[in-house]
Design a protein around this ligand. Structure first.
Ligand code: PBG
Length: 330
């Protein structure tokens, strides 16, 4: 018999005890990741038939509208509830008019997707940079900077045309000041008071958008986006951007990119009670895929760990190019 008065407690071993079997590990797991958390981005190219591989994003393609049925079916089978749409128009101009054309490439695509699967949640990215000849996110002033206030009505018009086509969620990614108010007012007065806004609230001026700009052909022809996207050094300002967008009527907010900004994501999650999305952007995808293709990282473990870390930092939803491959092995 032990003399409990004299016995010294052994050092705690409970951490390893809780890792002994996969059954116990799964009982104490704090963070879940499921296909329902994922949003899959699509690049739809006007005039393209079939698919055209995006070289800087291994495993991702630009697709023609003829592929949308197949995409909608794949996503339904995999349990992925939502897509985020980007368009490559036939031609571009100074005002980015392809973004708000009633028969624009994204507007057409929304109609096709909704016909193929009415349950699919279609998120429309609202920005002009894929549609402007200069590649900036709005029309330019004579000094070459983006004209914030002249951009707002064009964004609002884009949102309305997307909603008319059947878009379920409007996601402005341009970073103009006042755009959530402008879009909300326009949607409400066009009869779309029930269409929610997912605002790219904390969007940083990031090197990790590089492959996307190849894919969407949206690199600025001169200068950069530092005049409107956020400085990577600023976390407090990100919280202010998020608070402003919620005041303006955003129903959900996003942090973008994800991995280099997990601290910002965590702070946003702790401060707001609206749903929070994180965008695991093109450069994050490409660097992982490059290492995987070289055999330097284990594909399944690296992708699982990456997506789990974004959930752990507080994302309800993850926009990710890994969505289909990940969901296919669940
Ligand atoms: C449009 C937009 C961009 C991304 C999403 N919407 C590019 C940019 O701001 O330059 C990037 C997404 C990605 O890198 O995967 N403004």
């Amino acid at each position: 018999m032990l003399d409990w008065k004299t016995v010294e407690l052994p050092p705690f071993k409970r951490h390893r005890r809780l890792r002994r079997s996969s059954g116990i590990r799964s009982m104490v797991r704090e963070t879940d990741l499921a296909p329902r958390n994922l949003i899959y981005p699509l690049f739809i190219e006007a005039g393209l038939q079939g698919r055209s591989p995006i070289l800087s994003m291994p495993g991702q393609d630009r697709i023609g509208v003829d592929q949308l049925n197949a995409e909608a079916n794949d996503l339904a089978r995999l349990g992925i509830p939502a897509v985020l749409l980007f368009g490559l128009p036939v031609s571009k101009d100074d005002l980015g008019s392809g973004a708000y054309a009633r028969d624009g490439i994204v507007q057409q695509s929304i109609r096709r997707l909704k016909e193929a699967n009415p349950e699919l949640v279609v998120v429309g990215d609202v920005c002009l940079c894929e549609y402007t000849s200069h590649g900036h996110c709005g029309p330019l002033l004579p000094d070459g900077s983006v004209d914030n206030d002249a951009t707002l009505p064009l964004l609002a018009e884009t949102a309305v045309t997307l909603a008319e086509a059947g878009c379920d969620i409007i996601a402005p990614s341009d970073m103009m000041d006042g755009r959530v108010t402008a879009i909300r007012l326009a949607l409400d007065s066009a009869g779309f008071a029930q269409t929610p806004i997912l605002s790219y609230a904390a969007k940083f001026s990031s090197a990790f958008y590089g492959p996307f700009r190849d894919a969407a052909d949206s690199a600025p022809q001169f200068g950069d986006r530092r005049g409107y996207q956020m400085d990577p050094a600023n976390a407090r300002m990100a919280l202010d951007e998020v608070a402003t967008d919620i005041q303006e009527g955003a129903d959900m907010v996003m942090v973008k990119p994800a991995l280099p900004y997990l601290d910002v994501l965590r702070q946003v999650r702790d401060r707001v009670d609206v749903p929070v999305a994180a965008y695991n952007v093109s450069g994050e995808y490409s660097m992982l895929m490059a290492a995987i293709q070289n055999g330097w990282l284990d594909e399944h473990r690296a992708i699982d760990e990456t997506l789990t870390s974004i959930r752990r930092a507080g994302a309800d939803m993850i926009i990710t190019y890994h969505a289909k491959q990940w969901a296919a092995r669940q």
